[in-house]
Design a protein around this ligand. Sequence first.
Ligand code: FEO
Ligand code: CA
Ligand code: CA
Length: 707
Amino acid sequence: MSRHDDEPVTNFSSNPHISDVLNARITRRQAVFGGLSATTAAMFGSVGLVGCSDDDNGASPKLGFSAVAHSKADFVSIPSGYSAAVLYALGDPIKAGIGAYSNAGLDADFDQRAGDHHDGMSYFPLPNGSSASDNGLLCINHENITQDYLHVAGATSNGGVRPQAEVLKEMNCHGVSVIEIKKTGGVWLVVQDSLYNRRITPFTQMELHGPLRNSGFAVTKYSTDGSTTRGTLNNCANGQTPWGTYLTCEENWAYYFKRATGDDANRNSADNALLSRYGINPGAAGNYGWTTAAGDQFQRLDITVSGASAGADYRNEAYTYGWIVEIDPYTPDSAPRKRSAMGRLGHEGCIFAPAKKGEPIVAYTGDDSRNEYIYKYVSNANWDPADAEGGLDAGDKYLNSGTLYVAKFNADGTGEWIALAYQSNGLDESNAKYPFSSQAAVMVGTRLAADSVGATKMDRPEWGAVHHKSGEVYFTLTNSSSSSSGRGQGGAGSQPVDAANPRSYDAGTDGNPDLDGNVNGHIIRWREDGGMSSSTTFEWDIFLFGARSTYGVSINVSGLTAANDFSSPDGLWFDSSGMLWIQTDDGAYTDTTNCMMLAAVPGKVGDGGEITIGDQKTYIGALPSDDTLRRFLVGPKECEITGITMTPDRKTMFVNIQHPGEDGSPEAPTSNWPSITGDATAVGTANSRPRSATIVITKDDSGDIAS
Ligand code: FEO
Ligand code: CA
Ligand code: CA
């Protein structure tokens, strides 16, 4: 997302925050927090630290690097003893014969160049099935664009009609890159003539799979049998399946669609409710004016009813977006498959629990908007390790039929997963939210289904991560801040809270005086009951609360220090040693530091205890120290840090720097990163345009990263 605080709210359902039920019986325990700072560790020692052994998590990793300081500099800061090189930046060619990027708005051919806004990313060893750490495929999402930098003098619009060439360029800068990379003489490079290299864009033909396929929701002029669609949009975070494929997740896709004023008169009330719940209301203009360009491939993003039937126009085009999309990087000519059994929402990412022989495949996905939910998919088929290199056929087996659940976090620290299945939990034709008449309807209207079963509204679910041994699940809740009333109806600092989303405060003293709510975000985690990822009940607590280290303890609940304070956690990933990596996409602490990445030693659910923040009771994990949470990287100006993976040997880390200088213009860029030297820690040339990029981090002594 190119703006961190502006995720629109489309959930106006009456689902209660748990607080509405609980506030009456929770007594104010402000005293618990009085003078907390010095005594915090002792306090949590007295309430928690139960059963905290290494048995489940394996040997705890140790943070073997010195903390990186806050930085407002226009380069990447990393610990001493490490190097960071630019591997793959906006516009870099992926085919032989495509010229070097001008970075002056002159380039076309973005279906053969790196796209913009690098986001989620996975490494696939070459050959498939190996654990090669010097040759592999990188799959990289390109979530969005910083539009003006792509054109000579910014975007143009002649009398409200966008030039086709500009729109083509902007669309091709979205999607996914698949590139082969190779380490030679210690240096990683893109293999420019690799047969694996390809760009997947908003024009690439995709197959629809699962309940949506051949349903009435998928019928368009392009696919009258509802089996295919074109493209993918706003590919945010990612997933890596146990069978060697890549998942790219469609997040803020809804805002690319145009819908004319008055279109509601030509649709029934159910259809209007469905479109509205996803934010596509009559009068929606559609991002970047793409639908004003001439050509069916652009105008199909205008979903206004215009033909005699669904097969004669694109009234249903938006129903073919909002999905998790599976790509086989090892088979370059394979069409991506949209997996509609996993729900339709603003998918941030898709994170798998460890696959266990004879047990279902389990994956988690969050819906990143204020007030939205966290979901879990459980396959019908049980895992067979013989499918480990099964590609898209294995995807058909595990991802086309299963149960999608939505999370309810109870006030007592327990939780439950509620199935979103046709004809259960009231999801049928008589439902008051939407007349669900099939599983396809439940999936196309996932948000409405979740509303009607009483799921817990969360403070913007972003990435998740699952510990490879314990199976405990961590999820970032990036923030829920707003300029005035936000989610709640109250004024400054007032938002409904509940046990799982317990903070709301007025950050008027922090240099960003307009922000109220859960301004700095938190990270929740849970353990599925019985140690089974497919369990329908769980136990949760809050791992960390983001905050400035200078805040009082009622906001800096986790006792963060200057060496590890952060705001708006977004990217989240466990490496194979069990170290947890946290990336930020922040606008609330950027007066002090650019966005960053930290490493954490996780602990486990229940290792802290019960606390009360204001009037709200909640559960918090053991507090971090500088030894268990440490800042590893700070990015250049106006960027977001997002996307992370490593080679299997843990000696090379790949990280994405998204939208440096996003508030500038071609005439006055606000960042000049990266440097043409390829050193990510260097300052770029004055006045040069910034570029999103993948960087490669290695340790100078060839050791394991961060250990
Ligand atoms: Fe694409 Fe929710 O960040
Ligand atoms: Ca984000
Ligand atoms: Ca994100």
